[in-house]
Design a protein. Structure first.
Length: 129
């Protein structure tokens, strides 16, 4: 069996990459469309910086969690800041129309340890000595 080619709203990845950012906005849902149309200058600047860093073989790091993923980003490896560290994100076709921050989780699962000395009735007496 051959692997099915990725399409987004009936367009292949190559067709989407040829589109201008504002033309691509017609294919995303309304909330993202409004964001892309308002931020298309920011998105273009971000893409230009990414291309420069790729040419210089530098890692792409960003704090811009609200940037909408456009087809020109497919295949890039972008490290997105989550408030503590940069999380590497490999951009794939399925991520088109989502925001970078959705793939860099800010809240981690809480791992509770054992109670400390003096935290329970049994260890309070030991703590006073």
């Amino acid at each position: 069996m051959s692997q099915k080619e990725f399409t987004y709203r009936g367009k292949t990845t190559e067709e989407l990459k040829k589109l201008d950012i504002r033309e691509f906005a017609k294919y995303v849902p309304s909330r993202e469309r409004r964001t892309v149309l308002r931020q298309f200058n920011e998105i273009e600047k971000f893409l230009n910086r990414c291309k420069e860093k790729i040419e210089n073989k530098k890692q792409i790091k960003t704090h811009l969690r609200d940037i909408v993923i456009v087809p020109q980003m497919i295949g890039m490896k972008i490290s997105v800041y989550n408030g503590k560290a940069f999380t590497p994100v490999n951009i794939e076709g399925d991520m088109i129309g989502h925001r970078l921050g959705e793939f860099s989780i800010t809240r981690t699962r809480v791992h509770h340890g054992s109670a400390g000395v003096g935290a329970t009735k049994g260890t309070k007496a030991k703590a006073k000595k």
